[in-house]
Structures are given as C-alpha cells and as structure tokens.
Design a protein around this ligand. Structure first.
Ligand code: SAH
Length: 240
C-alpha cells in the first residue's frame, strides 16, 4: 500500500490535491487509476485510507475515507550530527527517520568541512523515509547551527549522549542502563572528529554523557545508526 505524507487536514470525504511530484508519482510512475486505494498521514491526524478521485498528469486529488491508525507520539529523540559529506548526511537523515528520531539538527564544528546543507532535499529524504518506514510523523531537519550556539541554548532536561571517539568514555550500553528518564539527544562528530577544545567543553556540561561506541573508529553514519539503534533498544520504542 502506497503511503503519502500530506500537509493538509484529513477529513472523511474531503478531497485534497496532491503536489505535482506526488501526482506524477501516482499517475505516471505507479500508473494508478481513479478509485485505487492509498494511505495518507499528516503527522497530526493518524493514518487514513484514501482513494484517488481525479487523475491528472500533474494534479491528482485523493479523498480520505476512514482513519485506520490513531496518531501516536513518536520517540522524543534528537539526532545532532556534525556536517559530513552530502551523501553521508543524506544517509544519516534517512536512517534517523527509520530509527524514529524526532528531529535532526546538523551542527557546524571546528572540523566540519561544510557550513551549508540543501535543507529542502534533506527534508524530502526525511519525508520519503517516513512514508516507507510506516511512522506517523516526519522528523524535522533544522538549519545548521554552530555547536556552541546549540549548546548555549540547550533545552533544559534533555540528556545528551556525546559519542566521543577519544576512547575513555563509558560504553554506550552502560550509560543507557543507568539512564535517567526524560528526553534525549545523540551527538555525532564530523569525519575529522571533535577538537580537544570541543571535547573538553562537552565534558564540562552537566547534561552531557560521553559514551564510547567500542574500540574501532566508526564513520559518522555508522556511529549515528549504532547509537540510535542502541537508544531505541534500551529506552525507546523497540520495546512494547
Ligand atoms: N577522525 C576521527 C574520527 C571521527 S568519526 C578520528 O580518527 O578520531 C566521526 C564521529 O563518529 C566521531 O566524532 C564520534 O562522534 C563518532 N564515533 C566514531 N567512532 C566512535 C567510537 N568508537 N566511540 C564513540 N564515538 C565514535
């Protein structure tokens, strides 16, 4: 069953127009016909069964019929990732969507080799991954911020798992075992790693927990995937 994320309200019988990209996908790529079924979600009203009501090459309208899944809150997890090369960053955004992150916050650090991202493309990747993975919301991808600025404005009560490749941090699984409740964030550094000054700064923060992801140096995407996986298994929604 095709699942599409739409921004509009979802009300039974209220036909809504899809955007040109989605229209082309249904009409030209998937070659659907009027009356065919699909699923819609908008991040607020759960998932709905819908049907195609008109089929233009670039303007398809669909009509929600009935809610099939109630809206449920996703995991309150932030993934903070230093800007790595474009392809890898796109992979990280896609995996963050599959692994249930609520927000992806790109950050600029001393060793990042970029300070801009193609935000629209990253957000589109997040939408596509959310559609594929069956979640009822889409992770929000933010504009890149300097790490220092993010830390200075840190959300009270949110714990930060600081993936520190320096090697003397506690194993991630131990940090999660003793984990206090509440909201969490995961921080992964750039290809060039964190600078000593950044590491010192992070280790002074009361809300930051330096953790090790084992004896090998992982690429940023591997580190992000590994940390999110362990977090979901220990504290997230991989347990009923
Ligand atoms: N260039 C650095 C490695 C950076 S890897 C070096 O050679 O030391 C990119 C990021 O992934 C790191 O900043 C860290 O956040 C995370 N990471 C990679 N391997 C890790 C490990 N074994 N333990 C903790 N974090 C790790």
């Amino acid at each position: 069953m095709i699942r599409l994320f739409v921004p509009q309200e979802l009300n039974p019988g209220a036909a809504l127009p899809l955007d040109p990209g989605q229209s082309r996908y249904l009409a030209a790529v998937m070659r659907l016909a009027v009356g065919d079924e699909l699923a819609l979600f908008n991040g607020r009203d759960g998932e709905w069964r819908a049907r195609i009501t008109t089929l233009g090459k670039r303007n398809v309208t669909v009509t929600p019929e009935a809610k099939t899944r109630p809206q449920a809150p996703g995991s309150d997890l932030d993934l903070i990732v230093a800007l790595v090369k474009r392809g890898r960053l796109e992979t990280i955004v896609e995996k963050a969507a599959e692994l249930g992150a609520a927000r992806v916050r790109p950050v600029i650090t001393q060793h990042t080799n970029a300070d801009r991202v193609r935000l629209e493309r990253l957000q589109a990747i997040a939408v596509e991954a959310a559609e594929q993975t069956g979640r009822l919301d889409v992770p929000k991808v933010f504009e890149p911020l300097k790490l220092e600025k993010l830390l200075a404005g840190w959300e009270t009560g949110r714990h930060l798992l600081f993936c520190d490749e320096a090697g003397d941090a506690a194993p991630l699984i131990d940090a999660l075992r003793e984990a206090p409740g509440g909201a969490w964030a995961i921080l992964v550094g750039p290809e060039g790693g964190f600078s000593p000054a950044e590491r010192d700064r992070l280790r002074t923060l009361s809300f930051a927990i330096p953790v090790s992801l084992g004896p090998r140096i992982l690429r940023a995407d591997t580190a992000a995937i590994s940390a999110m996986t362990l977090w979901q298994a220990a504290l997230g929604d991989w347990r009923p």
